[in-house]
Ligand binder design. Structure first.
Ligand SMILES: [Zn+2]
Length: 262
């Protein structure tokens, strides 16, 4: 019998800008990732403009089951409050969960206190823990090296496993944590810079060569990457690694059924 096709798992890139200059000038959008996984909708890292980018693409906040913040930096969390309002219909419909590291919630919370009661609950992300939203499970295998508490995320659905490698400096053990059919990697830098805790293109090439996913998608570009054209860089990296490497574009929708062929 023919295998049933994927239940419509997809990832929509509501932005591809990373770090402050790209975001401040909105040279690319910065709305995060919208995951639609077997009917469960999850928003990851709603940076500035997430509400604009999502509604523009007919992705409605009240369909969300959860919002996940990899970390508290502005380019990942600026629209979290308005997205909570959207998810809960302004608080009239208690709905959805927020997942975030403790330092996004404790001393200087990134969400307004009056919004907390709108949510079904808040769960604190910690290293090595697993979580569930509907039929989707995800884990935060390792704490990243970044100026604030940061986690990447490994997602598992009935049919697919994929990883989101959020902001981090490269470190031994990063690769070990993120095997999957698909890797989404935030890559801000063209070349490694000692003083900046972000991945560079050489780091990413090393990660892709080691993990050999079916597909890797680069996103969250800094200014120098942007100037060198992410699509060109991805094309060269595909040739170097033998892995299909794509550069995300604003509004790009990646259907996870693409992982099932070839
Ligand atoms: Zn950051």
């Amino acid at each position: 019998m023919k295998k049933e096709s994927s239940s419509g798992d997809s990832i929509t890139f509501l932005g591809t800008a990373g770090a402050r200059f790209m975001v401040a000038k909105q040279l690319a959008a910065s709305g995060g990732l919208w995951l639609s996984l077997g009917g469960t909708e999850i928003l990851v890292d709603p940076g500035p403009g997430s509400i604009v980018q999502s509604t523009k693409r007919k992705l409605m906040g009240d369909k969300l089951s959860a919002i996940i913040l990899s970390h508290r930096h502005l380019d990942h969390s600026a629209d979290v409050n308005v997205m909570i309002e959207a998810m809960t219909r302004g608080g009239f419909n208690k709905n959805g969960w927020l997942f975030a590291p403790s330092d996004a919630l404790d001393t200087e919370p990134v969400i307004y206190s009056y919004l907390k009661s709108y949510l079904e609950g808040i769960e604190v992300l910690e290293e090595g823990k697993s979580y569930h939203v509907g039929d989707v499970s995800f884990s935060t295998p390792v704490r990243h090296i970044h100026p604030v508490e940061t986690y990447g995320i490994l997602f598992k659905t009935a049919e697919h496993a994929f990883a989101y490698i959020a902001d981090t400096r490269y470190f031994d053990g990063l690769c070990r944590s993120y095997a999957g059919e698909l890797l989404i990697i935030n890559v801000v830098l063209l070349e490694a810079r000692q003083s900046i805790d972000h991945l560079s293109m050489p780091d990413v090439e090393r990660i892709i060569s080691e993990l050999k996913p079916r597909v890797a998608i680069l996103t969250h570009f800094g200014m120098n990457v942007w100037r060198k054209r992410p699509g060109e860089i991805a094309r060269r990296m595909s040739q170097q690694t033998g892995v299909k490497v794509l550069a995300a574009r604003d509004g790009m929708k990646f259907d996870l059924s693409q992982l099932d062929y070839g």
